[in-house]
Write a protein that binds this ligand. Sequence first.
Ligand code: ADE
Length: 271
Amino acid sequence: MDTMIGVIGGSGLYEIEGLADADWVTLETPFGDPSDQILTGTLDGVKMAFLPRHGRGHVHSPTTVPYRANIHALKSLGVTDIISVSACGSFREEMAPGDFVIVDQFIDRTVSREKSFFGSGLVAHVSVAHPVCMRLAAACQAAAEASGVSVHMGGTYLAMEGPQFSSLAESKLYREVWGCDVIGMTNMPEAKLAREAEIDYASVAMITDYDSWHPHHGEVDIADIIATLGANSDNARALIARLPKLLGTTRDTCPHGCDRALDFAVMTAPE
Ligand code: ADE
């Protein structure tokens, strides 16, 4: 099967450069319009599709991002592998602003989003015990290391609804009691929907701040985040540029079964 890498870019990443045959395409889906047009092309001979999660101009909040339309649109283009790139806060001293975390687990605390392609007529329950494809995650780690980015392999991402940041009590709960490593507002339900769509998914979380728990860093604010976003985005672009060579132009079925998630998930009886 041909590899097609889908990159969902977060805050600070609204385009990628260097694609051959670059074209912004407009797609409609049964779940509405995606966040924006999708930039298609090839990089080192590998098919690519880039979607700015918040739209160019940053017009969608974490709650209003059309997650189902985004995943559906990428699937309809033939995307086999999604790399999610997003900004996050850190709960760990050693995970500092500017570092990248290749997330491997999530706690989903989002409450105002459509989270499934299934329901009313066709019911399916996929497993998200292991929501990240570790084959893809390893490629992201290798690409980050080769790009000179300080990268941490593995970490639990708390997905919050937002748009407000956490209170101090919430920040301490997530860090001290729940053992989370990073916090962001967008990776859920994106990761769950990618699994339902049988697309391999990995998440590169780019740290912009220490959330509000850190005694020496005060509250998180947008000025801090924007100050870190520029360098993070350059590093994300460098990481993405290395992925095609690492993943190759063709791929086998996923060794972890991410691309066969529906094989035993559908409950509704066939007609
Ligand atoms: N995105 C970047 N920093 C964040 C934080 N501290 N909380 C939630 N989302 C974030």
